[in-house]
Ligand binder design. Structure first.
Ligand SMILES: Cc1cc2nc3c(=O)[nH]c(=O)nc-3n(C[C@H](O)[C@H](O)[C@H](O)COP(=O)(O)O)c2cc1C
Length: 504
């Protein structure tokens, strides 16, 4: 009886509700019309009042719909769907095979074609991948990194607490290193016990004096952590060479301001270079100063602009003596990612890794420093073919930032600078972080590392070598503008083939 009364009341109210609803819509349209026609800032809205708003709505929504409905598998940037899906499958530990045939255009200039051996390496002939020790003979605590594939710098601040936890737990499980990025060291990095590379950015977050200079005591304290295996001086980052880190004020929480030593809620903008380093000699001074204090291997991260610079720098190393050399150089691609960066720097400044890596390796060899200075390749290295290319070119290690973001759930919504990341990775909004479970995502990080290395091994065995680090430039051809491929050792002939060429 009571239910039918309520129903009747609702029915009686219906006409009034309709009048209110349409009245409200009409009022909004009228107000918008008046606003659009009287304003003078926007020509589209002035000429097309009310309806002009749909243009902005659709162009915003288009960003999302393109990804699902319209973009082809190999079309999107910076990473296309085929690449993202591969990382997704690899991190789930699922079968990473595909069916029917490649969707990749294999005659596009720059495509890598690995040279398969008619007699691939038998499983029974496979050996463990060789390990590489960084700083051996020159540092009190050289570091033998277990994994060839590692996590690139992403600061706590640019990425969230659960993201840091997922990555550090995953790094521990995968036995790879995790770079802290320039935002300092937090308890979340340390919690899992993973190997860490502490990055010293231009603002020296975590190891700074109030004037922005390096605080030696704070640095020594960080070096006391056994987990911190190496120190990386950030000279430049591919996505923003010549510009320091940018963390929008909205992401500078109380905790992050404490870790970095900066005011809460204010944009955190690092200087565009280290104030103490304005030439090669000062760079070497700083590297050696950090090594003396930390007693651990020290290297630097840079995006290459002019290769002649590196030549001059390595020349200076030889003049001072090889013990003064950086223990490693991380070469970042000009097409690298960032939490926030001006578009012009992201798009048009700095050589891509594809161009710079072989030049850097050659230059180190020409200066006779290949045994001393290890090379870490960074920049769009998210699939096994990318990584195998870098090893062929001469890299000792490969790192990835965005690959690991995909592994923990990134959907490339391009919102890292807005604190609205829908997957909780680059936001400090607790509601959005709820979907990012560090435990389950750590498992994905581990799977991603293992599958990545596993497939690079498969490529190596197909090329007829017994382990990944035996790959060299004779094992890969690069497609040219005319559609024909040529061997990488012909493209970059100055690099002598590695002695350990094990082609069968
Ligand atoms: C969200 C985000 C934060 C980053 N933070 C840092 C950082 O603190 N320090 C740094 O040297 N690079 C930082 N990078 C750049 C990466 O370490 C890496 O050099 C670059 O993205 C290229 O690698 P990728 O293509 O694997 O992402 C960041 C990148 C992203 C996407």
């Amino acid at each position: 009886m009571q239910t039918s009364d309520t129903f009747n009341t609702i029915l009686n109210l219906m006409p009034i509700l309709f009048i209110w609803f349409f009245g409200l819509i009409f009022a909004i349209i009228v107000i918008t019309f008046i606003f659009d026609t009287t304003q003078s800032k926007n020509a589209v809205l002035k000429n097309y009042p009310v309806i002009g708003h749909f243009r902005y709505l659709f162009s915003n929504l288009g960003e999302f719909f393109r990804q699902y409905f319209f973009a082809m598998d190999r079309e999107e940037m910076p990473f296309n769907r085929a690449e993202r899906d591969w990382v997704n499958r690899a991190s789930k530990g699922n079968n990473s095979t595909i069916a029917f045939g490649s969707t990749k255009n294999l005659s596009a200039p720059g495509t890598s074609i690995f040279i398969n051996c008619p007699f691939p390496t038998l499983d029974s002939d496979v050996v463990e991948n060789k390990t590489v020790t960084i700083g051996e003979g020159y540092s009190d605590n050289p570091y033998t990194a277990k994994s060839i594939f590692n996590i690139s710098g992403m600061s706590y601040g640019a990425i969230s607490k659960p993201a840091i936890l997922a990555l550090s737990k995953g790094a521990k499980m995968a036995e790879c290193w995790m770079n802290t990025g320039e935002g300092g060291l937090s308890s979340y990095h340390l919690e899992s016990g993973a190997d860490l590379v502490f990055q010293i950015g231009t603002a020296k977050y975590g190891v700074r004096n109030s004037d922005g200079s390096l605080n030696d005591e704070k640095l020594a304290k960080i070096a006391e952590y056994d987990q911190v295996k190496m120190f990386e001086l950030k000279i430049s980052q591919g996505a923003k060479p010549g510009k320091g880190g940018i963390l929008p004020g909205i992401k500078v929480t109380t905790e992050i301001s404490g870790i970095r030593g900066i005011p809460k809620g204010k944009d955190s903008v690092s200087p565009n270079r280290h104030i103490e380093i304005s030439n090669d000699s000062e760079l070497l001074d700083m590297i050696n100063h950090i090594r003396n204090i930390t007693k651990k291997p020290v290297g630097f991260k840079i995006v290459i602009g002019h290769i002649k610079w590196l030549d001059g720098f390595l020349n200076e190393v030889n003049v001072r003596g090889v013990d003064s050399a950086p223990d490693f150089i991380t070469v970042d691609g000009g097409d690298g990612g960032a939490g926030a960066s001006p578009m012009a720097l992201m798009d048009n400044v700095g050589l891509s890794l594809k161009e710079s890596l072989p030049l850097v390796v050659d230059n180190i060899m020409q200066n006779g420093l290949e045994d001393r200075v290890k090379v870490v390749a960074s920049g769009k290295m998210i699939t096994p073919a990318d990584m195998a290319w870098a090893i062929c070119a001469g890299a000792d290690f490969v790192t990835s930032a965005r690959g690991f973001m995909f592994a923990i759930g990134c959907i490339q919504s391009l919102k890292c600078n807005k604190n609205t990341c829908p997957t909780g990775i680059t936001t400090h909004n607790k509601r959005l972080q709820k979907g990012l479970n560090p435990e389950s995502k750590a498992e994905k990080v581990k799977n991603y590392v293992h599958n990545m290395i596993n497939i690079v091994e498969t490529i190596a065995h197909s090329c007829g070598v017994k382990e990944v680090r035996s790959l060299n430039r004779t094992h890969i051809r690069i497609v040219q503008n005319n559609g024909k491929s040529i061997p990488m050792n012909e493209l970059y002939p100055t690099c002598p083939e590695r002695e350990n060429n094990e082609s069968i």
